[in-house]
Design a protein around this ligand. Structure first.
Ligand code: 13P
Ligand code: ZN
Length: 278
């Protein structure tokens, strides 16, 4: 008896597997409880064509903001109210593939979101961030949001000044300044799911690929799923170390500004201006 594997199943597509692995990992790490978190991944049409008929539209969903710069673009995206815990078991229920309409005012669902689901409630922030990052990075493709535990906790106990927050994270692990030399942006507390929080986040995304939502979570941006996951993971690890350092009674010594500067130079990265005092 031979087992027939359908090579052209969407489930075998590399981007689809990445989406499943990443949502599963985010859940495993405890950063996406219940329906917490969302991911959108910009896809090329040629990546989809071997797996599906992109002319077959299942449903069209209106949006109340202008996504014209993304007209015709495809995304695989997590569903609103869907649990990352369940993505692997039932992808068609929990994630979907969409295309932004030509007038930028709606999106077509091409696959997934079974049982009447729609894309994440944070779609305004995701699409505004994609628009912003594509203007500064033509290879940009991924926006990821999660409720990373220690970063979230730090927004209660640490100064929310971006320079202070960035400096503390850089100090907590030697590799941080190399992974995110552009530092972290911080927006004010704003109601999630709104255009207002999307606009505030996208403004920060001009300068940085990591943006904190105080008392809520973090957004990351980048060219691959691994890169964005790694970016959030590195910042979250630094926040965890900070938490432990505080619990152990606070710093007795640290990486100096001169050492951070030397590190950046050795790794050929330009640290965000105004943080290191030399
Ligand atoms: P969604 O379920 O709509 O993606 O919302 C989750 C979330 O984290 C809101 O910020
Ligand atoms: Zn959230």
């Amino acid at each position: 008896m031979s087992i027939i594997v359908n090579q052209n199943s969407l489930y075998n597509a590399p981007f689809f597997q990445e989406m499943i692995e990443t949502t599963t990992n985010l859940y495993r790490l405890g950063w996406d409880e219940r329906n917490g978190g969302n991911i959108s991944y910009l896809l090329h049409e040629y990546e989809l064509l071997p797996f599906m008929n992109v002319d077959h539209v299942l449903r069209t969903v209106p949006m109340n903001f202008d996504a014209t710069p993304l007209a015709g673009k495809y995304f695989i995206v997590t569903g609103s109210g869907k649990y990352f815990k369940n993505v692997k078991r039932d992808p068609a229920e929990n994630i979907g593939i969409i295309r932004i309409a030509e007038d930028g005012g709606s999106y077509d669902i091409l696959w997934g979101f079974e049982s009447g689901g729609v894309a994440t409630s944070e779609l305004p922030t995701h699409l505004m961030n994609h628009i912003q990052r594509l203007t500064v990075d033509p290879n940009h493709r991924v926006i990821m949001h999660c409720h990373a535990t220690h970063l979230l906790a730090m927004t209660f106990t640490h100064s929310l000044q971006e320079e202070d927050f960035t400096k503390t994270l850089w100090e907590m692990c030697t590799e941080c300044i190399v992974v995110f030399p552009d530092g972290v942006g911080v927006v004010p507390w704003i109601i999630p799911g709104t255009n207002a929080i999307g606009e505030a986040t996208a403004t920060k995304m001009k300068e940085t690929r990591l943006v904190l939502w105080p008392h809520h979570g973090v957004f990351g941006a980048g060219t691959t799923m691994d890169e964005v996951f790694g970016l959030i993971e590195t910042a979250e690890k630094a926040a965890e170390v900070y938490t432990i350092v505080c619990a152990q009674g606070g710093k007795k010594q640290t990486i100096t500004d001169q050492q951070l500067f030397d590190l950046a130079r050795a790794f050929h990265v330009s640290p965000r201006e105004g943080i290191l005092k030399l």
